[in-house]
Design a protein around this ligand. Structure first.
Ligand SMILES: Nc1ncnc2c1ncn2[C@@H]1O[C@H](COP(=O)(O)OP(=O)(O)OP(=O)(O)O)[C@@H](O)[C@H]1O
Ligand SMILES: [Mg+2]
Length: 290
């Protein structure tokens, strides 16, 4: 994927939470660390000079410990969070410059956020749930149902079209939600730990369904996880990359292989050693990749 076209671009993005972020920014630029800034004036440095390019059609996994800035990063793409400094562009358009109306259609047509749990609409069938994203965009019934049926098939839900969420198992509901997200028609999917609450086996199944759907639909997916195994599976299979965040800084961006073979620093190496230890410890572990 390295010769693709950048669709999402972060250029020197900072995000500071607190009452006077501009003032704090000057001090961060002067070299103050996240911990020192917090101790000194109670401001949180969530992102620290982030520059990244995400290519069209790529699965881009964002990894890091809790508090490292993953959610903040992904929320900047559809402007659920505004940067303190720097720019975020999608397809060459500066998202911070969008008017209210333009932002609304941007979120509906271009970049949608998929939250954990994929809440379904209880009074709609599986088919209607999956077609919902296209329905709100005004796509004709025949067309949206055809797209929904295809997504349902690749989520392994053939024959379930007429059933209602209450009649499905938890795992099936998750798959309906996934099919709906991918059939929604937006080019960019922002997924913030969508499988975080699942047991390891269901989680693996969902990763497989996501990959099957992605092979068919070729979205640009920004996928947050704090699990390197998950990041490796998703980015590897789809030819994508992984970015690793530490205290708001991007410490490494690369293919799964690059990260496993040449971790950029101690922090990355620690994630890698957990994965390689698990791989050595036998095939029953959910994280085993062999
Ligand atoms: N709305 C907010 N107000 C103040 N601080 C915030 C806010 N949102 C995030 N932060 C802080 O910014 C930093 C980055 O948070 P973020 O939620 O992006 O991390 P994360 O990597 O998604 O963590 P997790 O894995 O726990 O979801 C953290 O120190 C967090 O406490
Ligand atoms: Mg988060």
């Amino acid at each position: 994927m390295s010769h693709g076209v950048a669709l999402i671009r972060f250029a020197h993005v900072y995000k500071i939470f607190g009452s006077a972020p501009e003032k704090a920014l000057a001090r961060v630029r002067g070299g103050l660390t996240k911990a020192a800034l917090l101790a000194d004036c109670g401001h949180t440095l969530a992102l620290d000079d982030v520059s990244l390019e995400i290519e069209r059609g790529e699965v881009f996994a964002v990894m890091g410990l809790s508090g490292s800035g993953k959610s903040t990063l992904v929320r900047l793409v559809n402007r659920l969070v505004e940067p303190t400094a720097g720019t975020v562009t999608v397809n060459g358009i500066d998202v911070t410059a969008l008017s209210r109306d333009a932002l609304r259609s941007f979120r509906r047509d271009k970049a949608s956020m998929v939250f954990q749990g994929f809440a379904l609409l209880p009074h709609r069938s599986v088919l209607e749930n999956v077609a919902f994203g296209l329905e709100i965009r005004g796509v004709a019934k025949k067309e949206r149902e055809a797209a929904a049926r295809a997504a349902i098939a690749s989520a392994g839900l053939d024959g379930q079209e007429a059933r209602y969420p209450a009649d499905l198992s938890g795992g099936m509901r998750q798959r309906v939600g996934l099919a709906r997200a991918l059939a929604a028609g937006t080019e960019i999917l922002l997924m913030d730990e969508p499988f975080g609450a699942l047991d390891p086996l269901t989680r693996r199944e969902m990763q497989d369904h996501l990959l099957a759907l992605q092979r068919m639909l070729r979205k640009t997916i920004v996928f947050i996880t704090h699990d390197l195994d998950e990041a490796l599976r998703l980015a590897d299979c789809a030819g994508g990359r992984i970015a690793i965040l530490n205290e708001g800084r991007v410490v490494q961006v690369g293919s799964g292989r690059e990260i496993l073979e040449r971790p950029a620093d101690e922090y990355v190496a620690r994630f890698v050693s957990v994965v390689t230890e698990r791989t050595r410890s036998g095939p029953r572990t959910p994280g085993n990749r062999r």
